[in-house]
Design a protein around this ligand. Structure first.
Ligand code: GAR
Length: 202
């Protein structure tokens, strides 16, 4: 059975592209990106969706009285598209409790640091400024906290003396584009079991 995927985005969409490409090249089987939802009207990710014939939807948060109402609309879009997996790919909002409850252990986020270090925004810059010697990225299920959910895959990269923060971000992004599709493949194949906050690869 095909898993319908919704990808929530706010910007450039290179992680969205890595998911689309890995479905198109057959690495991820029995899955389809059914809809891309953005909270930013001119996000380039929406254009990427259109380029691949994928439904793109802009839900403008300023049209709603608050987070709950806004997410109610997002949930309608997910329901209309019979979505079984929600990916946060550079989606710069905290997900509210109703959406999490509706898709418990079916929302996956990519974060550009080795959690639990450097949560929140500008994680690559935070790591660079802190002076760590390794950083990386994390794919995890989303829970009610900020970047706190059960970890699926992590990947390290070195921080070099010659790096700028942008160099580090680029090195991390390269790995994001590998581990996000890998996690989606495992999910779609039913190979991820969540036990408390531990994710077991079965
Ligand atoms: C990625 O580096 C992603 O890990 C990060 O935003 C970037 C989006 O790039 N996400 C977060 O920081 C979430 N807190 P993309 O739009 O090209 O995929």
């Amino acid at each position: 059975m095909t898993t319908n995927i919704a990808v929530l985005v706010s910007g450039r969409g290179s992680n969205l592209q890595s998911i689309i490409d890995n479905i198109e090249n057959g690495y991820i089987k029995d899955a389809k990106v059914s809809v891309v939802v953005s909270d930013v009207g001119d996000a380039y990710a929406l254009e990427r969706a259109r380029n691949h014939g994928i439904t793109d939807v802009f839900v403008d948060p300023s049209d709603y009285s608050g987070k709950q109402e806004y997410e109610k609309e997002v949930m309608e879009v997910l329901k209309d598209n019979d979505v079984g997996l929600v990916l946060l790919a550079g989606y710069m909002r905290l997900v509210g409790k109703d959406l999490i409850a509706a898709y418990r252990n079916r929302i996956i986020n990519i974060h550009p640091a080795l959690l639990p270090s450097f949560k929140g925004l500008h994680a690559q810059q935070q790591a660079f400024d802190y002076g760590v010697k390794v950083s990386g990225c994390t794919v995890h299920f989303v829970d009610e906290g900020m970047d706190t959910g059960p970890i699926i895959i992590q990947k390290c990269v070195p921080v070099l003396d010659t790096d700028t923060a942008d160099d580090l971000a680029a090195r991390i992004l390269e790995q994001e584009h590998k581990i996000f599709p890998e996690a989606v493949k495992l999910f779609v194949e039913g190979k991820l079991k969540v036990e408390g906050r531990i994710v077991v690869h079965t």
